[in-house]
Design a binder for this molecule. Structure first.
Ligand code: SAM
Length: 259
């Protein structure tokens, strides 16, 4: 990972214009809640890995019943935004945001009931270590429930996928569903389930490109600069074909630590 800040204030503002206040990934509150659909979070302690600018930590505490949320992230601008959001919502006593170093999770064994993450593990190359560490910090019976951007296979990315990943310029480390499944099994998880969200995001991303190129373009250019928006149009244009081919396949990923 480079030392450069990838999610600086201007990038945060752009992504929030695309995806909603406090959301740095697609789908807003509905998609974030779907990741934990069917899990009862009431009274639970939740770790949010890669909390970004904090709308999901707030959602988990305010709407989904978590008693306590610890959001961790590796960049200070998003941590500052997330802390601010929690404070403005009057939730600072239940939401703690911590700036951490990439690497092992800085928590004791069996500290959390749920380990949550939305579209952040893509930045963590060692999926096997992450799964083992998530398992370690979970209490028996606890769940890992994540959304992430996956690649369909473990071969070299197609030329189209390579061009898209290069355009994102965000240190993406995409892994396949098969690799996640094996990593979760090896860590000890049971009740493993992977749900492909390609069909959903394929349609949403096409709408996003329409927003970037249509009526909203002038407003977005005024807010973020014409060159920046042209760059984003180019990235989205490279993303659509790899979503349409299914090579880029966001998934929801879930597994339970046995009781
Ligand atoms: C696409 S954003 C998603 C943020 C948030 N989960 C959301 O959906 O709004 C990815 C986040 O992962 C964070 N990240 C990158 N590497 C990380 C790591 N090793 N551990 C935790 N977070 C990391 C980034 O700083 C960024 O805030």
């Amino acid at each position: 990972m480079s030392d450069e800040i990838l999610y600086d204030d201007s990038h945060i503002r752009f992504l929030e214009d695309m995806w909603g206040e406090g959301f740095l990934s697609p789908g807003g509150a509905d998609e974030a809640a779907l990741v934990v659909e069917g899990l009862d979070l009431s009274g639970k302690t939740v770790l949010d890995i890669g909390c970004g600018s904090g709308a999901i930590a707030v959602l988990l505490a305010e709407k989904l019943g978590a008693a306590r949320v610890v959001g961790i992230d590796v960049e200070e601008p998003v941590c500052a935004a997330a802390r601010n959001r929690a404070e403005q919502k009057g939730l600072s006593d239940r939401i703690e945001i911590r700036l951490v170093e990439p690497g092992p999770l800085p928590f004791d064994n069996e500290s959390f009931d749920v380990v949550y993450s939305k579209d952040s593990i893509i930045h963590i190359p060692d999926k096997e270590a992450l799964c083992t560490d998530a398992y370690r910090v979970l209490r028996p019976g606890g769940w890992l429930a994540a959304s992430d951007w996956l690649i369909k296979h473990d071969d070299e990315p197609s030329p189209e996928m390579r061009d898209y990943i290069r355009a994102e310029d965000l240190d993406f480390a995409m892994a396949s569903p098969a690799r996640y499944n094996t990593a979760m099994q090896a860590a000890g998880f049971t009740n493993i389930a992977l749900r492909n969200r390609n069909a959903w995001y394929r349609d949403v991303a096409a709408e996003e490109l329409e927003r970037l190129t249509g009526n909203e373009r002038t407003l977005l250019e005024a807010a973020h600069g014409a060159d920046f928006i042209a760059g984003q149009v180019s990235t989205w244009s490279l993303m659509l074909p790899v979503l349409q081919s299914g090579e880029h396949c966001p998934h929801h990923i879930r597994g339970q630590k046995p009781d």
